[in-house]
Design a protein around this ligand. Structure first.
Ligand code: CA
Length: 225
């Protein structure tokens, strides 16, 4: 699994990172909410391990920001606090599971596996016409053809597949995929729509189209093959 570990206690972070790496997982670690926010929206992780209290924010606030931005990666909250009230708060904010420190490492492994499976099942594989967006392996699939997507392409494709036939504005796509504080060239949206079109063509998806809507943005729509 590809994991993001958000933990500000160096000892805990090192212990987890080492243990998870020994189990064959690839682990990116960060210690602040800002870094974690950027990472998780930039890279497609299987599961995020999120500490409740962070130096610049708290896990709950961060989790809400992610969910508001449309991030569907399963999140496991890690915390020293174990009261029912806080557990409920965490789960309501969009956490998929919750583990109280100190926890048993074997239990963490078991829950991570369950979570990544559930994540796949819960988020499923959105389909539009003949094309499936495999959220587990991040690719377009049509019949026996597959086209792998980069992290950005995948996030952009998720937006379109979550809102088929809707006109999505450039601004909306920019903030969903590149973040609200994006200061680069907004034409990046057009460039990436171009990449997605090429990949759709790559799997022979002749019944779907990413149409430009003049002056607004794009929409995913069906077309007569
Ligand atoms: Ca902490």
């Amino acid at each position: 699994m590809k994991l993001l570990l958000v933990e500000d206690e160096p000892k805990m972070a090192r212990m987890l990172q080492r243990g998870l790496a020994e189990e064959g997982h690839s682990v990116d670690a960060c210690a602040t909410g800002e870094e974690a926010y950027a990472r998780a929206t930039d890279v497609a992780y299987d599961v995020v391990l999120l500490d409740w209290s962070l130096p610049d924010t708290d896990g709950i606030t961060l989790l809400k920001r992610w969910r508001d931005a449309g991030l569907s990666t399963p999140v496991m909250m890690l915390t020293a606090r174990g009261s029912t009230g806080e557990k409920v708060t965490g789960l309501k904010a969009g956490a998929d599971d919750y583990l109280v420190k100190p926890f048993d490492f074997e239990e963490l492994l078991a829950r991570l596996t369950a979570l990544s499976r559930r994540g796949t099942a819960a988020h499923g594989a959105p389909k539009f016409k003949s094309v499936e967006l495999d959220t587990r392996r991040r690719l377009f699939r049509r019949a026996d053809k597959e086209a792998e997507l980069t992290a950005r392409e995948f996030t952009l494709a998720q937006e379109f597949f979550a809102h088929p036939n809707d006109v999505l504005s450039r601004t909306r796509l920019l903030s969903a995929v590149w973040g609200t504080d994006f200061e680069g060239n907004p034409n990046v949206v057009d460039v990436y729509v171009g990449y997605l079109r090429a990949k759709l063509e790559g799997v022979g998806a002749i019944d779907v189209e990413l149409c430009a809507v003049r002056g607004i943005g794009y929409r995913l729509t069906g077309r007569e093959p």
